[in-house]
Design a protein around this ligand. Sequence first.
Ligand code: CA
Length: 529
Amino acid sequence: MSTVPLHIRMHALDNVAIVANDGGLPAGATFADGLCLIERVPQGHKVALLDIAQGAAVRRYNVPIGYARKDIAAGSWVHERLLEMPGARGLDDLPIATAQIESMPPLQGYTFEGYRNPDGSVGSRNILAITTTVQCVAGVVAFAVKRIKDELLPRFPKVDDVVGLEHSYGCGVAIDAPDAVIPIRTLRNITLNPNFGGEVMVVSLGCEKLQPERLLPPGSFQIVDERNVADVGVSAEVPLDVVCLQSEHHVGFMSMIDSIMKTAELHLERLNARQRETVPASELVVGVQCGGSDAFSGVTANPALGFATDLLVRAGATVLFSEVTEVRDGIDQLTARASTPEIAEAMIREMAWYDAYLQKGQVDRSANTTPGNKQGGLSNIVEKAMGSIVKSGSAPISGVLSPGERLRKKGLKNGLIFAATPASDFICGTLQLAAGMNLHVFTTGRGTPYGLAEVPVIKVATRSDLARRWHDLMDINAGRIADGDATIEDVGWELFHLMLEVASGRKKTWAEHWKLHNALVLFNPAPIT
Ligand code: CA
């Protein structure tokens, strides 16, 4: 990092820039353009480039991120207390599919080694997932998973892992409430994630509200047993494989464990027979999100991820971007980028639903920001949102998923998809798993050890200081962009290549290496009983 005072302005019409130097800069520091700081400004925080009169717009990303509460002199620290936050953009009169987006040239010849599934999806890992209907069985499943890993997994070297899909849902909930559809379809669709190879097995308690056939009704999934295909020459649908703990034939705890292990063994055998094969990069389904954001998120990591998003879309892959409260303030940009009016309308519907959901709790989208965001220089949700949207790159938006919906069920394949989810890291990741992601990219400025057992998570640091301190947790350092050591394009390409390596199983992410696994956290807007 250079010791020369350095600020980064995002747009020529901005009247603030952020201080790039590690540790911030003291009063008196003078930039190359002659601007002199009249007070200390921490790293990532904003400096006024011009005198800003009381009431005038403070612009970053060429967007008013707030209005000055008093006169601000050039060279001042523009912190959150000086800014009046703009109101949320209404959902009427938005530009609908108006952006004239030049079509990007296709990117050909990129491949990875993946596992093809009977339903046509492709996995990046070969994992046995044990679905659970209710939290009551979590302890039993955890016990069984440990024994499966210790005693069975060594015999099935082609299987990467065994994962119990444990969660807090399934009983004690108003299961017929309209919004209960969200947690239920989320669980169903996670069960069908491409990394589980279509091998569905369920552990149920017996008396719970979420009965196995409600979670996975006939026709909601199709599992084809390859051995049956060979035997009878036609695809045979396999019945749902359920171990029910309250079933009368279980006498004692070990009977339950034996039963889970016996069922698991059948699925492990089939998973172990699978081979990676070369597939086009278009089979990637990449969920992108950020967490622990700072002012560099929108300068380094998210623009590099946005560049990689464009590469993926050009290669025919699917990219899921999410986090409703972090795109709400840029809704006009997104509706303009919708490839059809129907897609723009679907996006507006999701925003309106979420506005009402927040209103019921007597908050608005500004409840999103954290103390860490503010320490990192992000004054409010408008500024955070502008930096967050950059992850989506510049492609047209070609589809919308409601929370917990699955790409395949909706007939969506390829392109940039808005998957509506809360911005909460663990809930967003859980819903992107349900949507069908086979790879996750996560950018962070403050730092998070986030990881998932179900898909590899590539983590991108926004600052070199974080990348240095968390050298064995961060997979890519986008801070080099702020240091002047790499361009957005350089880091975007690096990320793209890393995605192909990780999807192929040739490289492990740090979160995989250390087995850092966050819990599945369902989005349940319906009442608890
Ligand atoms: Ca997030």
